[in-house]
Design a protein around this ligand. Sequence first.
Ligand code: AHR
Length: 504
Amino acid sequence: MKKARLYIDKHMIVSRVDKRIYGSFIEHLGRAVYEGIYQPGQKTADEQGFRRDVMDLVRELGVPVVRYPGGNFVSGYNWQDGVGPRERRPEKLELAWQVVETNQFGLNEFADWCKKADTSVMMAVNLGTRGVDEARSIVEYCNVKDGGYYSSLRKRHGYEDPHNVKLWCLGNEMDGPWQIGHKTAEEYGRLASEAGRAMKWVDPDIELVACGSASLDMPTFGAWEDTVLSECYDEADYLSLHTYYGNRDNNTPDFLANTVAMDQFISSVVSICDAVKAKKRKTKTINLSFDEWNVWYHSNEQDKKIPRWSKAPHQLEDIYNFEDALLVAGMMITLLRHADRVKIACLAQLVNVIAPIMTSDSGAWRQTIFYPFQLISRYGRGTVLHTVAEVPVYESSHGDAPYLDSVCLMDEEQETLTIFAVNKDLEESMEISLDVRQFEGYQVKEHIVLRHDDLKAVNTEADPDQVVPRAGSVVAGASAKADGGVLTAVLPDKSFHVIRLGKA
Ligand code: AHR
């Protein structure tokens, strides 16, 4: 059995968790909107056509903010096509995903859906084919109570009160040559600055996310962030990061080691933000919005066969397995470890499209990745503590990777200490120990484990409970107890753990 020692100190705080780190994403893509959150006539659909079965699962997942409407989609989108009487909304060719967009669902429906699903809107504006004018008019439509053409238009569309959208993305992945209206860093930085200024003139209370690189692998990574922020430092509040990982070579240790790459990615972007801050002699700090992250690769081949100009095809429908759930847990732990700078993050996406929730016409079910997200979103509240781990490592293409991903959080009001941990060893258990003498009288109150013998096990509509969390007491080889001020836990091979301590 491998051994690891964790060290924490209740005064060594990373940050309070911003709950928006548990955000997600709905793009007009595949069946995310149509047949996902919206399907008039479906047996659980409400009077607005919103699927209640999906909404229940979204609430269960605990998602405080949802990014919309894209993604690549937003760079060719005309938001006016999706508002007003449905019979007058045009069908359009959607170039990003080569499909037809019917516009039967638009921003007003999304704002309504968010209210019903107990979440809030993070809206992206089109800086691909459109620009400053579009950006300021959509803010007026959404946020201005009285006065002006677009706020009156909203009222004529039946929305007397503004939607009050407070978080906005200045375009999407504008460094990517696949993006409609792709731009150089200089072009985008200038546009983001001018659009951002106009948007904040309409509503000074909004917060803005500027586009960072589409991934760490982009050839312009680093220079892009530097140039963009140099142009729009005053208008931006956050810089975005995106990443997707895949186990294409079927090398699970290397796949799970992607948390090392993610950690380095975040640290690098923090450094660049702070370098621009120093160069500009600013007092304001730019924080990070990791607004697309997930596993994405299972559906790549299948998607090549989709006929062009289909409507709501089965697109990007990754079926997630158990090892994907382990990596998702590790990625969330990595985000939490950077909670001082990562204030927003969006699991991409929410329903049907690379998603924790899947639907058919008859029902909705939870993919494997649903569970780590749900558990960490539910229990990962309070304050993140610096968690130092003495742990064995293995070689990976990302450098030395620890066998354990872990983070501790305390919630002084609730009097809880929570440990999230993934044992990435595929063969051996790991015993972890943690000195908890600062948390006098705390005992293990709950130990939840996600584990399966088969790394490739999946949940399907017919068999939805293959990979589900269980109490540690019924998982062979798992244990957790606090004794004499020391927490000792045994984490079986390939497993994710939530260990919650509190006053007895
Ligand atoms: O989430 C799927 C796509 O991935 C998004 O549209 C795009 O922003 C990213 O490349």
